[in-house]
Design a protein around this ligand. Structure first.
Ligand code: NAD
Length: 355
């Protein structure tokens, strides 16, 4: 059992990973400012982990009665929010999900992205160093490969981000390499996610972004539900089989299990800097995804083809071989399960956690 700090634990990937970590026996302290999530997500994590009733601790903070899940509202850019967490108890490791993630928004608001993603990571690392914690799992992204020269993409492929979001992920990856080189005690994993989608199969946990979703899966779900009239598909002239972009979609529960396996490796092995792609190794076009979702939901999904979007690429598929070799992990859920679980979440929660 490890005592873990989860930044951004109320978000899409963070909440599913919190559940996987609780079920693996760990104790969690979550820090989230709820900029893109709702506290209800963590209440449902507690419910799915069968934890005892909740106790308020003031200022929006709460904990389960057995203290296995503690929730603090706070900001990764604020030492006054971070330092008390490290002072209160020894933290064995940090999983750092907190960040901003929308490519188009990052082009419009680069300062916000450099502030939250990069300055937030610097602040977290400073607090970790001061608090004596040197184990970190960082949420990186396949977006830093830009327009890849080859697919599937191995970890050794050149880092050439093509948008400010990707630039911030590349900058934090470099920061982590510098930190690891400066002191051999650090145990750091940089996990490059491909396209996380779907939801917990219970229909109780899922993706609930604030405002207009920035990625395709929640948009498809909302069109299937009749909440939006049409799905806009950006780019139908990419050099791919059907002209739409090809992505490596990974079920969020596979991703959550990948984090659990990574943490176990970091805690068991000698200190190291580990860099892994987390993806399925399978590519599906936007039209493949739309057709699979229409089949899973039994609903029509009208589409409108539009021009390519700035900052997008034709194809992005992981070479997941290193993750399989190092973690003994690979994705277990395919496109049909992805669409089934995403649809179950959308149907049960048409307004997300806000309903
Ligand atoms: N979802 C994807 O497609 C994807 C792909 C690759 C990498 N990632 C990365 O994975 C991480 C998690 O992504 P997600 O999809 O769960 O996003 P998300 O927006 O659902 O979750 C991020 C969480 O961080 C919180 N947060 C944001 N700014 C914060 C701050 N300053 N202080 C504290 N909390 C803050 C948000 O409220 C939210 O709960 C992000 O770092 C993202 O860049 C996501």
């Amino acid at each position: 059992m490890a005592n873990l700090l989860i930044t951004g634990g109320a978000g899409f990937i963070g909440s599913h990973t919190c559940l996987a970590l609780l079920l693996a026996g760990h104790r969690l302290v979550v820090l989230d400012n709820f900029a893109n999530s709702r506290p209800e997500a963590l209440r449902r994590v507690a419910e799915l982990a069968a934890l005892e009733p909740l106790q308020a601790r003031g200022c929006g903070d709460w904990a389960t009665a057995d203290q296995r899940l503690l929730v603090h509202q706070g900001d990764v850019r604020a030492r006054q929010d971070l330092d008390p967490l490290f002072a209160a108890e020894p933290i064995d490791g940090v999983l750092h999900f907190a960040g901003l993630k929308a490519v188009a928004e990052s082009i419009a608001q680069p300062l916000a992205y450099w502030d939250v993603n990069v300055a937030g990571s610097v602040c977290l690392l400073q607090a970790m160093a001061a608090g004596g914690c040197r184990t970190l799992v960082f949420s990186s992204s396949a977006t830093l490969y830009g327009h890849p020269e080859q697919v599937p993409i191995p970890e050794e492929a050149p880092i050439r981000p093509i948008n400010p979001y990707g630039q911030t992920k590349a900058a934090v990856e470099q920061l982590l390499a510098d930190v690891a080189a400066s002191q051999p005690a650090w145990r750091i994993a940089r996990l490059r996610y491909f396209n996380p989608v779907a939801a917990h199969p219970s229909g109780r946990l899922g993706e609930d972004p604030h405002g207009m979703p920035s990625n395709i899966f929640p948009l498809i779900s909302q069109v299937a539900m009749g909440l939006r009239p049409v799905l806009e598909v950006f780019g139908s002239d990419w050099p791919t089989a059907d002209g739409t972009g090809v992505r490596d979609y990974i079920h969020v529960m596979d991703l959550a299990e990948g984090h659990s396996a990574t943490l176990a490796l970091l805690l068991a092995e000698a200190p190291q800097l580990l860099t892994l792609n987390l993806g399925s190794g399978q590519g599906h076009s936007v039209l493949d995804l739309v057709n699979a979702f229409a089949a899973a939901s039994g609903q029509p999904i009208p589409i409108r083809l539009s021009a390519r979007r700035a900052g997008d690429s034709a194809a992005s598929i992981a070479d997941p071989g290193a993750a399989e070799r190092r973690l003994g992990w690979r994705t277990r859920r395919g496109l049909a399960e992805i669409c089934r679980d995403g649809w179950a979440w959308q149907q049960a929660n048409p307004q997300g956690y806000g309903a």
